[in-house]
Design a protein around this ligand. Structure first.
Ligand code: SF4
Ligand code: SF4
Length: 139
């Protein structure tokens, strides 16, 4: 197995773990797609190197030329199965009270996930960065 295949395998395991963890949160996402328009929604999506390796192994990497994610098509995620950790973890919450509680749980989950991605970088001698999606896609 090549290094990139091994990184992809490990990243997939982290995504599966995240999905299980998210199931236990009060995830009220209605898949409206609004948060994928980052400027409009006031949201940023950060990604890590193993995720970009995984992504490039599974989909065609497109440049990001506008504030909206280039993978959103007709309001839906066209790469849903392969979306990033931040896409999996973030949910805006139905109301202010739910949002605060959810944001705290999401922050803890994000930190744990980030630790796992950092471990992959160390093991595979990958330069670590945690950067916004536009920067990562346009590299
Ligand atoms: S997290 Fe919120 S804004 Fe984003 S798709 Fe779900 S419901 Fe829509
Ligand atoms: S990858 Fe999918 S879920 Fe994530 S920002 Fe892009 S369109 Fe939205």
């Amino acid at each position: 197995m090549s290094q990139n295949e091994e990184i992809t395998r490990k990243t997939r395991q982290i995504y599966d773990w995240i999905d299980k963890e998210v199931d236990s949160l009060q995830n009220s996402c209605e898949s409206c797609g609004k948060c994928c328009d980052f400027a409009d929604f006031g949201h940023k999506l950060y990604v890590s190197p193993p995720e970009m390796v995984y992504f490039a192994q599974n989909v065609t990497v497109l440049p990001m030329t506008k504030s909206i994610c280039p993978y959103q098509k007709d309001g839906l995620c066209s790469v849903y199965e392969h979306r990033f950790a931040g896409c999996r973890i973030f949910s805006c919450g139905k109301n202010a009270e739910a949002r605060a509680d959810l944001a705290e749980k999401q922050a803890i989950l994000s930190e744990k996930a980030l630790g796992k991605f950092k471990d992959i970088c160390i093991t595979h001698d990958l330069d670590y960065f945690y950067t916004d999606l536009a920067t990562a896609l346009n590299r």
